[in-house]
Design a protein around this ligand. Structure first.
Ligand code: MV4
Length: 674
């Protein structure tokens, strides 16, 4: 085994690889960009080398700088993680040429699987099942239409050079074929510089099932069962699980055999994933092979008890596979959820900023356990627009799917994140969704269940306002239960607004929600009995502190006849309230201290939330828009983000056109009062 490993990546996967390398007694070398000088992955490696600017092109994609860092630090091997250079055949070859071990397959295997259409031809020869269709070279439109007619409609036209869902057209009848073909070819030519297409029967309720394979340099191949990654949103995986619900032993063996045949056909070595698309009746077809360790590898680790990074390092060092096919056993069920800094209510727009608080329920990190967290950021770190906004992966294991699902729901509820929007409430709705619970999975699940997964916001409940009010008072030293006595507090807050400690007093408080909407309450205290008026009703309010410390109040609150426990995190004037459902973030708006301000911001313009490119502008100057209407679409960090109108009004000026590059905070559109 080599003694020093360079990890050519950042974030969660760099930390994941470092954890195993450390456990194996290896010296670890991190590389980092200017934006990552203080990043967690740097802190978790023995040595760190700066390789360039924040933009991936200027650092994590620079093969030369990374090889140089390896030479200078004495690293004998490079683990590329996922993304960045992990599937770059040029980099794999450059490592080989430099006498450094690339922890991944040979460059030739990356190349063979890199071209989707050439890979399909290879797979056909190797006896791996393909979707019925035409994958050949004849691109004559009339010929292709005849092929489509023979396949039977609906058919899917796919760009041969495509992948990840780009350049696909569904065609329902022969009459529509020519136009769809022309349009698909135009898109393929402009997106990939290659207008060749293939035609396939269009599968109506497909599932994404992938097989983890492993090969060593001695010609041994095994598979480590399957993962079901059907729950996706715009080709981004959201939930992954293993085993695939409904999988039979026969089908597993057939898919495992097909995956191994695929790997063999390209002389594969190391960890790889063969992706299949499966029909409701279980028939399956090869889609592509990912020649890297995947984001979702932990679910496989949880059901096999194996450390796949350790397997990768051993195989890279020339050792034989640690286990034979017969020795691999599948145990229990694992589910992974990707926790993102993003706002599901705003089209999953990435949420940029500081993670004021980041806490998970009791868990293991990067290794086996009922609740496992693989993360790459700490409390106090920032999520920047430079990189993927994933905060962590939460992985749970249970004896069966139901237990795993229950654990996931519970663990999601117990996460404490403040400072940013996250997708946690969305993930909870997904875990609780009837279709997901019944394992009625296919790649259309999130769209099909849209109304359940994106409920209309129900406003801020009385009980959340009661938690917010009680936490505010408790943090100022007031005690909330009638039975409790004690000296009245003296602190700056109570001085500012004229509190009286004895007798009868009334205090208005206002909480602003994330949209800047004010929620007014009125607190009253008479003879140590508090009451809270909100939404037009006054109710008795009592609370007791389970934990009371600066920045955090864990309270038991009773409002009228309702009682809840909740956690309130306090950062400056912002409260993040956990309890009584999803986390809510509210800003304390003290009418007294803000008396001279203009009041809550009603917003007159829209600014770019992050640097990116304008893709489409949906409105013209003078257009009447309603709150929630689509104004424009931006592309940033390889994702599309829709910008919605925050209110009713009239479009004043549109400052940018499709194709324009905009920086963070740029005003994009002005909205005026109607
Ligand atoms: C398909 C399909 C239905 N029928 N092919 C989308 C991405 C690309 N890698 C393959 N994709 C699909 N190919 C046929 N013949 C449906 C999809 C598809 C999909 C596949 C896997 C995972 C998620 C998906 C989401 C939408 C569509």
């Amino acid at each position: 085994m080599f003694d020093t490993l360079l990890i050519a990546n950042r974030g969660e996967i760099a930390c994941r690889v470092a954890a195993t390398a450390r456990r194996m007694g290896l010296r670890t070398v991190a590389v980092y960009s200017d934006a990552d000088a203080q990043a967690r992955h740097v802190a978790e490696c023995d040595v760190a080398v700066q390789i360039g600017g924040a933009e991936p092109r200027a650092s994590y994609l620079r093969a030369d700088a990374i090889l140089d860092a390896a030479r200078r630090s004495g690293a004998k091997a490079i683990h590329p993680g996922y993304g960045f250079l992990s599937e770059n055949e040029g980099f794999a070859q450059a490592c080989a040429d430099a006498g450094i071990i690339f922890v991944g397959p040979p460059a030739s295997a990356i190349a063979a699987m890199g071209s989707k259409s050439a890979a399909k031809a290879l797979m056909e020869k190797a006896g791996v099942p393909l979707v019925p269709g035409y994958h050949g070279n004849n691109q004559d439109p009339e010929f292709l239409r005849q092929q489509a007619d023979a396949i039977g409609y609906p058919v899917l036209i796919k760009a041969s050079a495509g992948g990840g869902g780009k350049g696909m057209r569904i065609v329902n009848t022969s009459a529509d074929f020519n136009e769809a073909l022309a349009s698909c070819k135009r898109e393929a030519a402009s997106s990939f510089g290659d207008d060749r297409v293939l035609i396939e029967r269009y599968l109506l309720k497909p599932r994404h099932i992938e097989i983890q394979v492993f090969a060593d340099s001695h010609g041994n191949y095994v598979h480590l069962f399957e993962r079901d990654c059907s729950v996706q949103r715009r080709h981004q995986k959201v939930i992954e699980e293993a085993p695939a619900p409904g999988m039979t032993e026969e089908r597993r063996q057939a898919m495992g055999d097909a995956a191994i045949a695929a790997a063999r056909a390209v002389g594969y070595v190391g960890a790889g994933t063969v992706e299949f698309i499966a029909e409701p009746d279980g028939r399956f077809y090869f889609m592509e092979m990912n020649t890297r360790l995947q984001v979702e590898h932990p679910v496989t680790e949880m059901i096999t008890g194996q450390d796949l990074v350790e397997w990768q390092l051993r195989v890279a060092a020339g050792e034989a596979l640690p286990l034979s096919q017969e020795a691999l056993v599948l145990s229990g069920h694992a589910i992974e959820a990707r926790i993102y800094a993003e706002n599901p209510d705003k089209g999953f727009l990435p949420s940029i900023g500081t993670l004021e608080t980041l806490e998970f329920p009791q868990h293991t990190e990067f290794t086996l356990g009922d609740i496992r967290v693989d993360g790459g950021v700490r409390s106090g770190d920032t999520i920047t627009p430079h990189y993927d906004p994933m905060i962590a992966k939460l992985i749970v294991h249970g004896r069966d799917r139901e237990q795993a699902r229950a654990r996931m729901l519970r663990a999601l509820s117990d996460i404490r994140i403040a400072g940013l929007h996250t997708n946690i409430a969305f993930l909870r709705r997904l875990m609780a969704d009837q279709a997901f619970a019944e394992a009625d999975l296919d790649t259309g699940l999130i769209e099909r269940r849209h109304d359940n997964l994106f409920p209309k916001s129900g406003g801020i409940s009385d009980i959340v306002l009661a938690l917010a009010a009680a936490a505010t008072l408790q943090s100022q030293g007031y005690l909330g239960a009638r039975a409790l006595t004690g000296p009245a507090p003296t602190d700056p807050w109570s001085v500012a607004d004229g509190w009286r400690v004895a007798g009868h007093h009334t205090r208005p408080l206002s909480f602003l929600d994330v949209d800047g909407q004010a929620h007014d309450v009125e607190l009253n205290c008479t003879d140590r009995q508090w009451s809270l008026a909100c939404h037009g009703q006054r109710k008795a309010l009592e609370w007791s502190a389970i934990l009371s410390q600066p920045g955090r109040q864990t309270l038991r609150v009773r409002l009228g006849d309702r009682e809840v426990s909740g956690d309130v995190l306090i950062h400056g004037e912002t409260l993040t309230i956990f309890g009584a459902g999803d986390a809510q973030s509210l800003k304390i708006y003290d009418p007294v201290t803000h008396a001279l301000d203009e009041g809550p911001d009603h917003g007159g313009s829209l600014t770019a939330p992050m640097p990116g490119k304008i893709i489409a502008v949906s409105v013209k100057a003078g257009a009447v828009v309603k709150s929630g209407d689509v104004l424009l679409v931006m592309e940033a960090m390889k994702m599309e983000h829709t910008i919605y109108s925050p209110r009713d009004g009239v479009v004043g000026e549109v400052f940018y056109q499709p194709g324009d590059q905009v920086s963070d905070g740029t005003e994009l559109i002005a909205i005026q009062d109607a």
